[in-house]
Design a protein around this ligand. Structure first.
Ligand SMILES: [Mg+2]
Length: 229
């Protein structure tokens, strides 16, 4: 490996994210419990989110709109204004939440930034991710923060071109095999996969093929990254 640039996913790689969304989802289900049971509401919500991704992209604001749309659908438009208000409040709380770094992140970034150029490559709302980056206190370790509309091969290709980096000199670290690892490795780059205990249904893949020409390593904890690079 001749790594010159290391990219980090942000949500659930550098800081806690999905548990916050799931917390909102549980509250959302209980707000609508008179209309449908929890499991079915969750299923309906995922359906709405998937349909809306192309329109809204990833992130908290699109999530809020999907919550409201789902509430209207499962209640057959009977949901009260007060409940809609509660849902908006839940969404705003989600956006406003303090950023909680994953254990060990700061040390790892501190050490690696002395040897490599580091970037963040994340998807989500521009404003939301910018706000989280600022609040995280770890911006200083990064040469560049890229907020991407999606994380497919073509998106990474654009990123490599812009940063003038060859894929074989790039290593991506993240918790989503589908978005952080696979597209990068398909382009000839390297990946370190760190599964997080909670994953959004949309990011799930059947089984992560672990050894793609030796370009992928899996670790349990970000601090183990120091042994790999
Ligand atoms: Mg992530």
């Amino acid at each position: 490996m001749n790594i010159k640039l290391i990219g980090f996913d942000a949500d659930d790689t550098l800081w806690v994210n999905e548990p916050n969304y799931q917390h909102v989802e549980i509250k959302f289900c209980s707000l609508l419990s008179e209309f449908l049971d929890e499991e079915n509401i969750s299923e309906e919500l995922l359906k709405t989110e998937k349909q809306n991704i192309e329109l809204y992209g990833f992130g908290a604001k699109g999530f809020m709109l999907s919550l409201i749309e789902t509430a209207l659908r499962v209640s057959k438009n009977k949901v009260s204004n007060q409940t809609i208000n509660e849902i908006i409040k839940l969404g705003k709380e989600l956006i406003d939440k303090p950023v909680e770094l994953i254990e060990g992140v700061e040390n790892v970034l501190n050490e690696l930034s002395q040897k490599y150029k580091l970037i963040v490559a994340t998807k989500g709302d521009l404003l939301d991710q910018e706000r989280k980056s600022k609040k995280s206190g770890i911006e200083k370790y990064f040469h560049h923060i890229e907020i991407m509309s999606d994380k497919k091969e073509e998106n990474y290709k654009t990123l490599f071109d812009r940063l003038e980096i060859r894929p074989e000199n790039f290593l991506m670290v993240g918790n989503s095999f589908k978005s952080d690892i696979l597209p990068v490795v398909n382009l000839g780059g390297y990946g370190v996969y760190i599964p997080y205990h909670v994953i959004w249904q949309h990011e799930k893949i059947e089984e992560a093929p672990i050894d793609l020409n030796g370009h992928v390593k899996q670790i349990d904890n970000i601090t183990e990254l120091m042994k790999l690079v």
